[in-house]
Design a protein around this ligand. Structure first.
Ligand code: DC
Length: 225
């Protein structure tokens, strides 16, 4: 049977991963967090001593036998860098910057493309990212563009980081978010944009539960499940 793909794109902090993970669980789909894959390459590049902006040094890191793979434990995605589980290490402000930096490099996008498409070929997936509906899975059965105001997204991310004990201010988080939005939308390679056939969901005024319901409802109606 042909597998079913749901693409969820949008800027950082819109709640994509939390919502996609929960809805995938409810529908029995595999959740694929493609941002984690860019973050993993960001971590590898950072570890290799490459500074932000040194784009010309990235191909050597990719060609050095770099392997990014996914594994699932009790339905939770873990991302592996050359076999090492780096799922927690990639969630820092520094690696966020590296992820945004490497994601603008066409060689990095090409490097991850096959792994992402292969997942969708072999499983029913809800895949989230920036270019899933536009580039990776243009034939996805359902496409959702999930967004929220920069203020609302920064507030959520700030609370998350505070809970983890990171010492950042709200203004720093907001500034980072605005900068990353700009970088993600302005880059030449697969910029963040809403696919023409994607349904827009704005979560600025919605609770997490309401956002999940809205997304689940759209998917169930479209797939009639
Ligand atoms: O969703 P996230 O914050 O974990 O994503 C990390 C970075 O990777 C972010 O700057 C955008 C980029 N990204 C991308 O360019 N394409 C994707 N499909 C997913 C993420």
């Amino acid at each position: 049977m042909k597998s079913i793909a749901v693409a969820i794109d949008g800027p950082s902090g819109a709640g994509k991963s939390t919502i996609a993970r929960a809805v995938a669980g409810r529908l029995g789909f595999v959740y694929v967090d493609t941002g984690a894959m860019y973050r993993t390459i960001g971590l590898a590049v950072c570890r290799a001593g490459v500074l932000l902006g040194e784009t010309e040094k990235i191909p050597a890191v990719l060609d050095d036998g770099l392997k990014v793979s996914l594994k699932y434990e009790a339905g939770t995605q873990h991302v592996l860098l050359n076999g090492e589980d780096v799922s927690s290490l990639i969630r820092t402000p520094e690696i966020s910057k590296y992820a945004s930096f490497v994601s603008a490099v066409p060689a990095v996008r090409a490097f991850l493309l096959d792994t992402q498409r292969e997942m969708a070929k072999t499983h029913n997936v809800i895949m989230d990212g920036r270019d899933i509906g536009t580039v990776i899975l243009p034939d996805a059965a359902v496409k959702i563009f999930l967004t929220a105001s920069a203020q609302a997204r920064a507030r959520r991310r700030f609370l998350e980081l505070q809970e983890k004990g990171e010492t950042v201010t709200f203004d720093e988080v907001l500034a980072d978010m605005v900068q990353r939005d700009h970088d993600d939308m302005a880059r030449a390679a697969a910029p963040l944009r809403q696919a023409e056939d994607a349904i827009l969901v704005d979560t600025s005024e919605l609770t997490l539960e309401q956002s999940m319901e809205a997304v689940e409802d759209i998917i169930r109606r479209a797939l009639e499940v």
